[in-house]
Structures are given as structure tokens and as C-alpha cells.
Ligand binder design. Structure first.
Ligand code: NAD
Length: 411
């Protein structure tokens, strides 16, 4: 499940109400600037198969559109619109000069050979070639797309426009990719979490945490929490869950999975039900799996004091209210998981300027951006007496509105 347009609209509406936006401003900021739908076929061995792809460019007032390209059977225009809007608010909130976009192809990449996947990527790119580009729209990896797919996209685009690495981010290192992209979303999340704890006079070292989802965001988050002295009491993925009351040895768990093991078979912990991590009393719960998994029922039984949204839209709107009533603070997705797009921004700048930075420099810059965004959101929430999510949306919307106005797109 991914966030629906309804979820995004709900958060948008309450921010728009408090900012007293006019109807025209609301319509302009919520709707997509451009929606491209493409159809093409590739040869799948038994003949030609048709595919439909989308690129939704939500708002480009603050810079070129930016967002992932996903290959998944659930991809449709409605989902793509919601995810594109989230990117607009995220890029505005962390103050990088991009707008928001998302795209994808409705397909099951597990049923395609490497060669078919390449054909699909090239066909998609050729049809989008007039709409993307380093100053127009810069795709990135998303669900089921990776550095390899980005390399094909870059190559196809470069056939039309000459060598253009800055047309996509998340490329392989040898094509101008970033050494910090893989861990960047989790690194950004942990920087923000440390700042949130520090605002309450607390430290991450010694805190207890539970992580739901053990893919890119979840596994890196667990690793970084462990490295910084937090105890990871339980983790879950789609197949099972594991817990240990004194804290899991996360590097050992990562090695176990790397060697082909399953979470539930990890010898360094107790196999538990998939619901148990949610109930585990802890300081921090990080949903880093899919959208919509924290329903109102889950919110009622969560054992944490603070919830940090690693996934996009993991908390359903009705669950948000339950968490508020239970006094569980939520660090919203558009702040908590923005580290990935910040790292993509560094990659784009590096490609445009033909310069490179060390990993340490990139980490320091990522931290600085994430902390600046946290301070802005936290400060506003405290001054206005709102939740962090409300403050984050208000800040993001007002920044986009300012850009729209300055560009003369609206009175
Ligand atoms: P991923 O596919 O690498 O990992 C997803 C994980 O969730 C897997 O371990 C899967 O087994 C697990 N999972 C699925 N259903 C589950 C369930 N019901 N209970 C527990 N675990 C379950 O994906 P990812 O790249 O880590 O992204 C995760 C989320 O973070 C998505 O919402 C994505 O949109 C968001 N996000 C990712 C990035 C990034 O840089 N990868 C950046 C921003 C936001």
C-alpha cells in the first residue's frame, strides 16, 4: 500500500486551512502541473506485450522536477500523483532547488529478463525524452529500479542530447553516482532523530528502537542506530520478525541475510510474530516498510514514545489522530526520509559542475541540511502549538507558494 491522494490531500488541507490559502491557490498547489502517460510494447519472447508508463510532474516552481521511477504492478496514475505531491513538499522542506515528480510503469519486473527490463527502460525513456532533462525533470531509482536502470535511462537520453549524467541520480559510481546515496535516507533519518531526542535533553545512545521493514531504509536505519549505541529490540520484514530484549546484533543479522538467511531464522534472537514488534515497549518505532501499515488499530497498540516515518505515508490519517491522543510524537516522512533526495541533489550538482566531494564532506552536508530542516519544523511546531507534521506541511506549502508568487504564476 502506498499513500493515496486522499492521505496527501488530508495533510495538505489542514495546512492550507491554517495558512488561509484561497481556492485558486489550493487548486494550483494540489494539482499536478503536467501528467504524461505513455504506452509502448516490448518483445517478451512469446510476442509483443503492451505497457503503460507515467510521469507526473506535480510542481516545478522551486526548480526542476525530481522524483523516483518505480516498476511495480500497483503503479497507476492516482498513486503516482500522490507520490509526486509528496516529493514537492519534501524538496521544499529540506530546501533543495527541486520540484516534485514521480513516475513508473505498471509491470512485474520479476517476470522480465534483464534484457527485457533494459528494453522497457529504453522505450520508456525515449517516450519521455522531451519531458525530462537536467533542468526539466530528473528521475531517480524507486521501488524495483536501481543504479542499473538509471544507467540505461542516462544512456538512452544521451543518444538524443549528448552525454548527460545529470539527467538522473542514483547512477552507478563509475557514471558519476554518489558514494553515500545507498545509506543516505537512513542517515538523514538518524540525524533528525538525534536532533529530536536532543531537543528533549536526551541522547540516542542507550535508547531502545524497533524497526519495521528491513530493506534499504530499514536495514540501514537499524545498522546506524546500532552503531550509535541504541539497542534495536526487534525488526520485522514481509516474511517474519525477530527480537532480543538486550538488543539485536544488527551487523550479524545483516550478514545472516546477505548469506541468504531469513530474518526469522536468525540465531541471535527469538522468532516473534509479525505484530509483536509493534507492541514492544521502546523509545522509537521506525516504520520503514510500505505505506499505510500503521492503521488506527496498530496505533492503539504501539509501544513506542516516538514514531519516525522511514516509509512514505506509513501512518494512516485516522491513526495519526490516535497517536496524537496517546501522546506519541511523529516525525513525518517529508522530513524524516528526505535524506535520499538530499543526496540526489548533491549528485546532480556534482554532475553539472564536474566536481567531486569526499564521503565525509557529503555526510557533513547531508547532516547540515537535515538539521536545518528539523530546526525549522520543530521551531514552528513549538511556536504554533502544532504537531511536527502540521508544521512541516505548513512550511513546505508556504515555500512553494512563495516561489509560485515570485514567478508571477499567481497573484
Ligand atoms: P525495500 O523494498 O528495500 O524494503 C521494504 C521492506 O519492507 C522489505 O524488507 C520488506 O520485506 C518489508 N515489508 C513489506 N511488507 C511488510 C510488512 N507487512 N511488515 C513488515 N515488513 C514489510 O524498500 P525501501 O527502499 O527500503 O523503501 C521503504 C519505504 O521507504 C517505502 O515506503 C519507500 O517509498 C520509502 N522511501 C525510500 C527511500 C529510499 O531511499 N530507498 C527514500 C524515501 C522513502
Amino acid at each position: 500500500m502506498t499513500p493515496t491522494l486522499g492521505t496527501v490531500t488530508g495533510h495538505f488541507d489542514s495546512a492550507a486551512d491554517r495558512l488561509r490559502l484561497t481556492d485558486v491557490q489550493r487548486t494550483l498547489l494540489l494539482g499536478s502541473e503536467r501528467e504524461v502517460r505513455v504506452r509502448f510494447s516490448i518483445n517478451v519472447g512469446t510476442g509483443s506485450a503492451l505497457f503503460e508508463g507515467y510521469r507526473v510532474q506535480h510542481n516545478g516552481a522551486r526548480g526542476p522536477f525530481k522524483g523516483g521511477m518505480r516498476f511495480h504492478p500497483s503503479v497507476d496514475l492516482e498513486e503516482t500523483r500522490a507520490l509526486a505531491a509528496l516529493m514537492t513538499w519534501k524538496t521544499a522542506l529540506v530546501d533543495i532547488p527541486f520540484g516534485g515528480a514521480k513516475g513508473g510503469v505498471s509491470c512485474d519486473p520479476g517476470r522480465l529478463s534483464e534484457r527485457q527490463l533494459e528494453q522497457l527502460t529504453r522505450q520508456l525513456t525515449a517516450r519521455l525524452v522531451d519531458f525530462i532533462g537536467p533542468t526539466r525533470d530528473i528521475p531517480a531509482p524507486d521501488v524495483n529500479t536501481n543504479a542499473r536502470v538509471m544507467a540505461w535511462m542516462m544512456d538512452e537520453y544521451s543518444k538524443f542530447h549528448g552525454y548527460t549524467p545529470a539527467v538522473v541520480t542514483g547512477k552507478p559510481l563509475d557514471l558519476g553516482g554518489s558514494p553515500v546515496r545507498e545509506a543516505a535516507t537512513a542517515a538523514g533519518l538518524v540525524h533528525v532523530l538525534e536532533a529530536a531526542l536532543s531537543a528533549e535533553g536526551r541522547r540516542l545512545r542507550g535508547c531502545t528502537a524497533v524497526v519495521q521493514g528491513f530493506g534499504n531504509v530499514g536495514s540501514w536505519t537499524a545498522r546506524l542506530l546500532h552503531e550509535r549505541g541504541a539497542r534495536v529490540l526487534a525488526v520485522a520484514d514481509a516474511d517474519g520478525a525477530i527480537g532480543r530484549s538486550t538488543g539485536l546484533d544488527v551487523p550479524a543479522l545483516v550478514s545472516h541475510l546477505g548469506a541468504g538467511g531469513a530474518i526469522a531464522d536468525f540465531p541471535g534472537g527469538e522468532r516473534i510474530s509479525r505484530e509483536q514488534p509493534e507492541r514492544t515497549p521502546c523509545d522509537v518505532f521506525v516504520p520503514a516498510a510500505l505505506g499505510g501499515l500503521v492503521t488506527p488499530e496498530v496505533a492503539e497498540r504501539l509501544g513506542c514514545r516516538l514514531l519516525v516515518e522511514g516509509a512514505n505515508g506509513p501512518v494512516m490519517p485516522a491513526a495519526d489522530e490516535v497517536l496524537r491522543q496517546r501522546g506519541i510524537e511523529v516525525i513525518p516522512d517529508i522530513l524524516a526520509n528526505a535524506g535520499g533526495v538530499v543526496a540526489s541533489y548533491f549528485e546532480w550538482v556534482r554532475n553539472l559542475q564536474h566536481v567531486s566531494w569526499s564521503e565525509a564532506e557529503l555526510d557533513a552536508q547531508l547532516r547540515e541540511r537535515m538539521l536545518a530542516a528539523f530546526r525549522a519544523v520543530h521551531g514552528r511546531a513549538r511556536t504554533e502549538g502544532t504537531t511536527l507534521r502540521q508544521a512541516a506541511y505548513e512550511l513546505a506549502l508556504s515555500r512553494v507558494l512563495t516561489a509560485v508568487r515570485l514567478r508571477g504564476q499567481i497573484d
